[in-house]
Design a protein around this ligand. Sequence first.
Ligand SMILES: Cc1cc2nc3c(=O)[nH]c(=O)nc-3n(C[C@H](O)[C@H](O)[C@H](O)COP(=O)(O)O)c2cc1C
Length: 178
Amino acid sequence: MKILIAYATTEGQTRKIARWVADRIFDQGHTVELAPLSELEGIKLARFDGVILAASIHLGNYQSELTEFAHRSAMRLSKQPTLFLSVSLAAAGHDAEDWGGLERTTEVFQAATGWSPDRLVHVAGAYKPSKYDMFQRFVMRRVIAQKDPDKDLSFDHEYTDWAALGAEVDSWLAALSG
Ligand SMILES: Cc1cc2nc3c(=O)[nH]c(=O)nc-3n(C[C@H](O)[C@H](O)[C@H](O)COP(=O)(O)O)c2cc1C
């Protein structure tokens, strides 16, 4: 099968996730095209047997590249199997308020773009003080101090559960093959 994986990233974790997923699908014998969402101008989605879109949440919103692409392509995307990987720090825990926020973010996104993915997977992202400006560092230190009180806040930390992500991708692929 031929799979398109397109992503938007701000600090790099979603790119890492998209590359990891691309390798996993390629290793299972499929053809994979991997590209940033900002570089899909003119792409023919009909060439693909399935499409994976990935983006991360910042202040309750996905990157505009995702929103614009999903809005532009909603009709076409609804005609083929799709998987949406939503990357966030809220997905790194079990806080009901955090998960309520995730649900609202995805509802607003789906209403604004008209695209409802066949499958939506929330993926825990990363805390990356090495990439933040002073304000972001201040805000994110407070978020992580609350979420993960034992963490040394000076260093980057990845919360992505690679095994769980792999299982989700495999299950989506199996449904496609079936
Ligand atoms: C300024 C800023 C705002 C963020 N806002 C949210 C948010 O509203 N909800 C959330 O769950 N995660 C939030 N995050 C966490 C990111 O989603 C997480 O770090 C993710 O791994 C970023 O992915 P990227 O590196 O691909 O951009 C925020 C991170 C930063 C730096």
